[in-house]
Write a protein that binds this ligand. Structure first.
Ligand code: NIG
Ligand code: FE
Length: 414
């Protein structure tokens, strides 16, 4: 038994329930002005006002006491949508986009995702691991303690499995909790440009079963978008994935409203991602079917697109999570503090709503809500100390990270 008492912290945490927080509960948090957290064997044994926790601590053998000096404590961030496993940056494309070439045009011309596919093909597994590790440790420094990572720069069975193997190694060799997602349907490979249905056949008949057999992905995701995968092709892939036992996610209505949010509602996917162009009817169906909106404001920032209609989502009762989308093309950031700031300043979320959207709701989106996402008894002691009086510092101190210390299962990891 190993117990640590963290005292003298201003603690703010979402308060969970039996579903992701939505509507007027989207910002449901508790604050302990002078709080303490008692951690035993990596889990939270007690949390609350310091005076109450000190009494509990006396009943236990506390090995170590940490004075948090009045700093703000919040749960570790949960980032539910990344493509952080890649081999090379694409700075040249960023310049092209700044000069006016649209993101999907670059893909159509064989660049974009397809350029990352080439560099992943060329990289050895060790090389891919090293670049991914750098990115993941950067995310950890920004306070991300739980992370979803997608494959999708492979697009052949062999290369997709290589990516998922690297993602598995990241899970074993870093302190983070990792949720692995198979996203073989991220783009149509150049060889299948004239016959994308043939690629969908391969996905359904060969790739999905191969990934399933290795048991190295929990989720399956599809890029449902004009010029990428249609709603019908996406449905075919996701239905097969569901039959094989994968949980489902979908990139929906990122650039054009092709009905991806409606498909998410129809299939009851865990989440629908992006939704910049989603229509109100489909958002309503998402609310009815309990689909979480994983909103990626740094992508809107990087693509210079209007932000997703988060206030409308919250009004309609869609649970909202925020994510980085960290990838070398449409959005290169591993910083949840940046995303948090965009949520508050550019999408009119309250600080409390943004806190829930970067901790507890994304934990639900990854099926990890019993372990992470809030500071409640029985969960992992995954928390951050911020250089500020309240979580508002994440929006107020713009362009820097106020995350000064990162703890995973009660141990300082950054
Ligand atoms: O979520 N939209 C598809 N996938 C990523 C972009 C990946 C890339 O450009 O490399 C996204 O924006
Ligand atoms: Fe994405």
């Amino acid at each position: 038994m190993m117990a640590t008492l963290f005292r003298n912290a201003r603690i703010t945490t979402p308060i969970g329930g039996d579903a992701p927080l939505a509507g007027s509960d989207q910002g449901r948090v508790a604050t302990y002005e002078k709080g303490a957290l008692l951690c035993e064997n990596g889990l939270i044994a007690a949390i609350g006002d310091e005076k109450d926790i000190l009494i509990k601590a006396e009943e236990m053998d506390v090995d170590m006491e940490v004075d948090c000096e009045g700093t703000c404590m919040i749960p570790g961030f949960v980032d539910p949508h990344t493509h952080i496993c890649f081999a090379k940056r694409r700075e040249n494309e960023f310049s092209m986009r700044l000069a006016g070439t649209p993101y999907l045009e670059i893909l159509k011309a064989g660049g974009g995702i397809l350029s990352s596919v080439r560099s992943v093909h060329e990289a050895t597994e060790d090389e891919l691991f090293e670049t991914t590790l750098d990115n993941v440790l950067s995310a950890l420094n920004f306070g991300t303690t739980t992370l979803e990572i997608k494959s999708g720069y492979g697009l052949t069975t062999e290369s997709e499995l290589k990516m998922l193997s690297v993602i598995g190694r990241i899970a074993r060799e870093t302190p983070l909790d990792i949720a692995p997602t198979f996203m073989g349907a991220h783009a149509v490979p150049t060889e299948y440009k004239g016959n994308p249905d043939k690629f969908v056949d391969i996905m359904v008949e060969e790739m999905l079963p191969a990934v399933k057999e290795q048991g190295i992905a929990k989720y399956c995701d599809v890029f449902c978008e004009e010029g990428v995968f249609t709603v019908d092709q996406s449905r075919r892939i996701l239905e097969k994935a569901r039959d094989l036992g994968f949980l489902l996610r979908i990139h929906a209505d990122e650039v054009h409203d092709t009905g991806g949010a409606g498909l998410a509602a129809e299939l009851g996917t865990v989440s629908a991602e992006h939704l910049l162009a989603a229509n109100e009817k489909n958002l309503r169906s998402m609310a009815v079917n309990g689909v979480i909106a994983d909103v990626l404001p740094a992508t809107a920032y990087s693509l210079k697109k209007p932000y997703a209609p988060v206030r409308k989502m919250i009004d309609l009762g869609v649970p909202v999570a925020l994510a980085t989308d960290c990838n070398p093309g449409s959005c290169f950031t591993e910083s949840i503090p940046f995303v948090f700031g965009l949520g508050v300043m550019n999408m009119d979320m309250t600080v409390e709503e943004a806190l829930v959207a970067t901790t507890l709701n994304p934990a639900w989106s990854l099926g990890l809500q019993d372990k992470v996402g809030s500071l409640e008894v029985g969960k992992q002691a995954d928390f951050l100390l911020l250089d500020g009086e309240s979580p508002a510092i994440l929006a107020y101190h713009a362009g820097v990270s106020p995350v000064v210390e990162v703890y995973k299962k009660g141990v300082q990891v950054a």
